[in-house]
Design a protein around this ligand. Structure first.
Ligand code: G1P
Length: 291
């Protein structure tokens, strides 16, 4: 029987350069989608997928992420004394959400380096990685849950993928492989940000991974790759050749919220699904379109 996936790592140390100037002095992970910071969606997906321990990898200027998941004693007292019970509960629930740990990546050497910072936290068990820029909205089953169920069946490392337009492939890690059935591929190669003409397929990695702990030995020896950074995809390619690897075609709508359009797209889609906002937004859009 495969080991249980109990731990997830959320790398959140990046500068958010695609979203400047909003991200000059605040972490991109704290930008709100409707009324929740983006990183809260990722933490909620982890919890709903059965994760018990979360490590958020931060960097300088990211203190507000830690504060968000901590108690805010003054605010809690004020809400309680004013009898604002639903807001009080909401604020309290965030602080109690999960067992969340933090570590700082002191140098920005790439995603592979960030994941390597989690070695002591992970120990010797398979674990999940969830990238904060990728919000995958599901109505029935969280993206990570879909992958965990596949892991329980096959016991191999898994990358979460979705089809993207061929002209977009050079923004992603891309896989090639053989389809086993429906959502499941057996991976034979991975390449980080290939030029369009060299891409092995249009199946792009969309920020969800389940990884065998032997990745840490590989990461230690992984040389800088695309963009001069230590790439997780390069280490996964080596892991794939020794341990095998699968991909899961994730069900759900994915938004790249590190990008301004992706962020607007996510905000509008989530607003459309909200009972409170759906009608207001629909009315606003139809008036605008008629104008
Ligand atoms: C990272 C990964 C890439 C993956 C992408 C998904 O790239 O390196 O393999 O496809 O996330 O969002 P980044 O967007 O950080 O450059």
């Amino acid at each position: 029987m495969s080991q249980k996936i109990r731990k997830a790592i959320i790398p959140a140390a990046g500068f958010g350069t695609r979203f400047l100037p909003a991200t000059k002095s605040q972490p991109k992970e704290m930008l709100p989608l409707i009324n929740k910071p983006a990183i809260q969606y990722i933490v909620e997906e982890a919890i709903q997928s059965g994760i018990e321990h979360i490590l958020i990898i931060t960097g300088r200027g990211k203190r507000s992420i830690e504060d968000h998941f901590d108690h805010s004693v003054e605010l809690e007292n004020i809400l309680r004394s004013r009898g604002k019970w639903s807001q009080y509960k909401e604020v309290l629930d965030i602080a109690k959400m999960a067992d969340i740990h933090f570590i700082r990546q002191k140098e920005q050497l790439g995603l592979g380096h960030a994941v390597h910072c989690a070695r002591c936290f992970v120990g010797d068990e398979p674990f999940a990685v969830m990238l904060g820029d990728d919000i995958i909205h599901h109505s029935k089953k969280p993206a990570l849950r879909q992958m965990i169920e596949q892991f329980e069946q096959y016991g191999k490392s898994i990358v979460g993928v979705q089809e993207v337009e061929m002209k977009e492939v050079s923004k992603y890690g891309v896989i090639s492989g053989k389809q086993l059935h429906d959502q499941v591929y057996e991976v034979d190669d991975l390449v980080e940000k290939p030029p369009v003409e060299q891409a092995p397929s249009n199946l792009a990695i969309v920020g969800r991974y389940i990884i065998h702990p032997d990745i840490f030995d590989i990461l230690e020896k992984t040389e800088p790759g695309s963009g001069g950074e230590i790439q997780l995809t390069d280490a996964l390619k080596a892991l794939c050749s020794t341990h095998g690897m699968q991909a899961n075609i994730l069900q759900g709508e994915r938004f790249d919220i590190g990008d301004v359009w992706g962020y607007i797209h996510a905000t509008l889609s989530l607003a459309m699904e909200s009972e409170e906002l759906h009608e207001k937004l629909s009315n606003f859009c139809s008036k605008r379109l008629q104008a």
